[in-house]
Ligand binder design. Structure first.
Ligand code: HEC
Ligand code: HEC
Length: 332
């Protein structure tokens, strides 16, 4: 108990520390907190994108455009010296050719720009580190429209703004748009990897997506309960036990202990389902004690120490997207 509590605390520190660190590192880069929040919905135009680029999007903390700005961590988006003979518009056409060759898919210049925001690690500009911010995740948290506006702004650097190419995207950009929408709804984690984490660590017990689990509650609608509630359920399962999934401890007359959920009580029989999914049928006459243990959940406490912080954030984002209807209400 003490050991796992320590592990959980450590894990929470790492999780919150990561958030703080990202927040702080970006604030440091901006040289203090500049409030440049855009009110209302942004227009998908170069002007709309310009406000995001030099404000909420914090692109200016790493990028400059020609002579404007002084940041050098990322490539200049304008024409600048011998290193950047071409501004971002025409440059993106060249990069798109490279991406097409590499992937075998046909990248347009918009596709390149959208990819550089949706999946920055896919193409790392020579001479730079793979340290471009994930701009649709906290603390920047751009919406899809804000990202489209920024694409319009970059398109217009030495090129023509083309609304149609942004609003009627190719299949490549469409897939990136979908990824951005899902990830920004889910607070920044990667739900695709979250599903893998879930299948490996949680699916034996829980039901979801029509796949029945053996011990835990159905999670098909868990997203509706919100981030805080889900976080608490994982970090401190025993703090608030889901009704119908209380832990019971049965001791028979020979002193043998069975711990699990009370999944059936009929006539003179009681079924206890253990954490491994085994159903143990006990005769009432053979039971010496049957008590609820309010301090312990059947859900393991040490899950956070079994998975990495990234996996944890990803599984959270996967669960946040589960907003369907439950198929089996309670196991009782
Ligand atoms: C924390 C620093 C950082 C922030 C913030 C950041 N970027 Fe970047 N960006 C980089 C780095 C470093 C690279 C080069 C490595 C790479 O290609 O991933 C890059 C690359 C790019 C490229 C590819 C440039 C080229 O020459 O092909 C584009 C486009 C881009 N960023 C757009 C943006 C936009 C738009 C924003 C704001 C919404 C932004 N970046 C915010 C660091 C950042
Ligand atoms: C050994 C079985 C078991 C495993 C493995 C398990 N759980 Fe659970 N989980 C339970 C049980 C039993 C409950 C209900 C008791 C409680 O609330 O603590 C529960 C409750 C929950 C709840 C709250 C459900 C509600 O309706 O409010 C969430 C969320 C949850 N688990 C997520 C997870 C995640 C994510 C994983 C994997 C990382 C996981 N569980 C692994 C058994 C398990």
């Amino acid at each position: 108990m003490t050991k796992s509590t320590g592990q959980v605390l450590l894990f929470m520190l790492v999780v919150f520390g990561t958030f703080l660190w990202i927040g702080k590192s970006v604030t440091d880069l901006t040289g203090g907190e500049k409030k440049a929040v855009v009110a209302g919905k942004v227009e998908v135009t170069p002007e709309g994108g310009e406000t995001i680029y030099w404000g909420k999007g914090r692109c200016f903390t790493c990028h400059s455009v020609g002579d404007r700005g002084s940041a050098v961590r990322g490539p200049n988006h304008g024409q600048f010296g011998a290193k950047f003979p071409q501004p971002m518009g025409p440059r993106a056409i060249e990069r798109a050719k490279e991406r097409s060759q590499k992937t075998g898919k046909t990248f347009t210049l918009e596709d390149y720009l959208v990819e550089s925001l949706a999946d920055p690690g896919a193409y790392v500009v020579e001479g730079y580190k793979n340290e471009m911010a994930v701009v649709f995740a906290p603390p920047i948290s751009l919406s899809l429209d804000e990202i489209k506006a920024v694409v319009a702004y970059l398109q217009a650097q030495g090129g023509e703004f083309d609304a149609k190419s942004i609003n009627e995207p190719s299949d490549i950009s469409k897939a990136f748009y979908a990824k951005i929408v899902v990830a920004s709804q889910a607070g920044g984690g990667d739900p695709e990897n979250g599903k893998v984490v879930y299948d490996d660590n949680c699916a034996d017990c829980h039901s979801l997506d029509g796949k029945p689990g053996e011990v835990g509650p159905d999670l098909s609608a868990i997203g509706k309960t919100g981030l805080k509630s889900i976080t608490e359920s994982i970090l401190r399962p025993a703090a608030k036990i889901t009704p119908g999934f209380e832990t019971y401890v049965a001791i028979n007359k020979r002193g043998r202990k069975t711990v699990g959920l009370k999944t059936r009580e009929e006539g003179d029989e009681v079924d206890i389902t253990t954490k491994d999914g085994d159903v143990v049928t006990l005769k009432k006459g053979d039971i010496k004690e049957l008590n609820q243990d309010k301090l312990t959940s059947v859900m393991p406490e040490d899950l956070p120490s079994e998975i990495s912080v990234k996996d944890y954030q990803d599984v959270l984002s996967y669960l946040l997207l589960q907003k369907g209807t439950k198929n089996d209400e309670k196991k009782e």
